[in-house]
Design a protein around this ligand. Structure first.
Ligand code: AP5
Length: 210
């Protein structure tokens, strides 16, 4: 199954995509995670992406498309995948369409959460270097500042500061939200799910829709 997870920053795409991918036995491919890894490894891509991500802007299409096309060409993605955070622009969606000309997409899960809840979620989010995600109120690490899953330090993402979050929401509205109409026009199955509720209940709702 080839699925997209769409929705604003902080909607819970990563939280849900990991669980649904595990249920379906397909890889969870998150361009934000891949870019953060490139930044932490200091690769050429990471050096180009770093300041752009810190501002909450989008990394140029050509760089992200090349990274994504390489990733979905690997063996583990041959029977399906979940894309989380890609596409984010019409140009990225068109490039994906060309790459998947033969296979196509099976659907998009759209996680719907209102802006106030998004700000609360992002400002309370904490992560570790291995990509485990917490929330200071709703889902704190049992070991406080240490990740209770891998022992790494838990910290706030650079782009989760209040001033950057506003820009990310604005970028989402201008550049990414138009993808909903793009895919509706193409007749892609759009599974809109209410993103407010317990993490388990939202996973159940997505699985039922799929
Ligand atoms: P990316 O990492 O993709 O960020 P994003 O889309 O802004 O998404 P987030 O990771 O912020 O949120 P999420 O929806 O995954 O929510 P999460 O599950 O963590 O991208 C970062 C940057 O990389 C971009 O700004 C851009 O610069 C660059 N980039 C990436 N892809 C790109 C592309 N294709 N093109 C160009 N540039 C690109 O949940 C959020 C919080 O809420 C967590 O604390 C979680 O614990 C909590 N939470 C989750 N579910 C619930 C629930 N049901 N109830 C209460 N709390 C919940």
């Amino acid at each position: 199954m080839r699925l997209l997870f769409l929705g604003p920053p902080g909607a819970g795409k990563g939280t849900q995509a990991k669980r649904v991918a595990a249920n379906l036995g397909i890889p969870h491919i998150a361009t934000g995670d891949m870019l953060r890894q490139a930044v932490s490894e200091g690769t050429e891509l990471g050096m180009q992406a770093r300041s752009i991500m810190e501002r909450g802007d989008l990394v140029p299409d050509d760089l992200v498309i090349a990274m994504l096309v390489e990733r979905i060409s690997r063996d583990d993605a041959s029977t399906g995948f979940i894309l989380d955070g890609f596409p984010r622009t019409i140009a990225q969606a068109e490039a994906l369409e060309v790459r998947l000309r033969d296979e196509g997409l099976d659907g998009a899960v759209v996680i719907d959460v209102d802006p106030e809840e998004i700000v609360r979620r992002i400002s309370g989010r904490r992560v570790c270097a291995n990509g485990h995600v917490f929330h200071i109120d709703d889902a704190p690490s049992e070991r406080g500042e240490i990740c209770d899953q891998c022992g790494e330090s838990v910290y706030q993402r650079d782009d989760d500061r209040a001033e950057t979050v506003r820009n990310r929401l604005d970028v989402y509205r201008r550049q990414t939200e138009p993808l909903l109409a793009f895919y509706r026009e193409r007749g892609l199955a759009m599974h809109v799910v209410d993103g407010v509720g317990s993490v388990d209940s939202i996973t159940d709702a997505i699985m039922a829709r799929l």
